[in-house]
Design a protein around this ligand. Sequence first.
Ligand SMILES: [Zn+2]
Length: 69
Amino acid sequence: MMIAANYTVHMYCDCDECTGKQWGSPDFGEYVGNSWSQCAKEARANGWRISKDRQHCYAPGHKISRNKP
Ligand SMILES: [Zn+2]
């Protein structure tokens, strides 16, 4: 049996601009790996920022919003 990468992370940008969009969708990224950390590492290598609690992420070059609860 082949062991395949079985962990997928979907990232939607949480910056104010993306979450405030009325039309279209926020910047989106999909990463596949064997674990969360592998996916996160790949995403970070592409410029994504991920919050420590893993609840928010921000697309490359987008402004991190500081006013999230
Ligand atoms: Zn954004």
